[in-house]
Design a protein around this ligand. Sequence first.
Ligand SMILES: Cc1ncc(COP(=O)(O)O)c(C=O)c1O
Length: 346
Amino acid sequence: MNYIDLRSDTVTLPTDEMKKAMFSAELGDDVYAEDPTINKLQEKTAALFGKEAGLYVPSGSMSNQIALAINTDTGNEVIIENDAHVFYYETAAPSIISRVMLRTIPSKTGMMDIDDIKNAIRTSEYYLPKTKMICMENTHNRHCGAILDFNYLKEVKKIAIDNELTFHLDGARIWNACVATGIKPIEYGELFDTISVCLSKGMGAPVGSVLLGTKKDMEKALKWRKILGGGMRQAGILAAAGIYAIDNNFERLAEDHLNAKDFANLLQNIDGLKVDLAKVQTNMVFIDIDKSIKLSDFMESLKINGIKIGATGPNTLRAVFHLNISKEDALKSAEIIIDTIKKMLN
Ligand SMILES: Cc1ncc(COP(=O)(O)O)c(C=O)c1O
């Protein structure tokens, strides 16, 4: 069965054109820094975000964890939003790899309250952990792909500078924020010390993230990538997909945002469904399902009708729009969801 797969933008498959770019990539041994395609991707991404250097790594999780490792010392504390990927989905890696504590702050929109951030910064008493870093996520996955306000980010940067904290961005989907706001990557780049960007989400590459920062940061990051087993050899064959993605799949993210909005609009005023349109800012739609319905039954019924979809809470589904979801798919899936809820409520 050919499913409409709304589970994540990570399910995208490389197109024939992307595969051609991979097939014809110039390769070398990256341990000798001799893979021209990896070098090109690192330089290209760093230039785009106005950073000195970049390091190609296998995954967004590794990229974030390396950022934590190079920016902290054992026993430090990192301020982070309660639903951030680094805290929620990275298997407690900060406690294993960097051996730091995460000081989580809940928020309604992915943006921690400014006063909460200030209050979370520790004073210098010897018996307290040292606050060392603030970590943000933009767009914010578990807040429905929310965009973090640029002026808000500037304010947090000032707090970071005033308190000598490093400022990291998990920018797995920063591309979506750029397209939705018109704010350029280089403008986001100015705000943060380190940025992790993913090429394997909406950008449609099969693998890969790039960690960005100063040359010195990347020298340290290279060592950590090796420690974590992420050093690769002729991985230019994968990096080529990343270059192709930046050149061809960046601007088109606007189509995914439009599909998400059209889909969300269709689900308005339907008994048993609740969608907060204001939260649909990029490529994600969260749908609350009537509590009388067992979510797993609802999802199973959608699957039988050709839709794969994920859950983010006991009664909440998440639909993610991406490269492999056409306008027709978006409209058809809304129709199927409406039919299914009508049948299940009867
Ligand atoms: C916001 C965010 N950061 C980081 C990651 C981790 O990426 P990866 O799956 O490549 O480790 C994800 C994955 O979906 C994500 O959504």
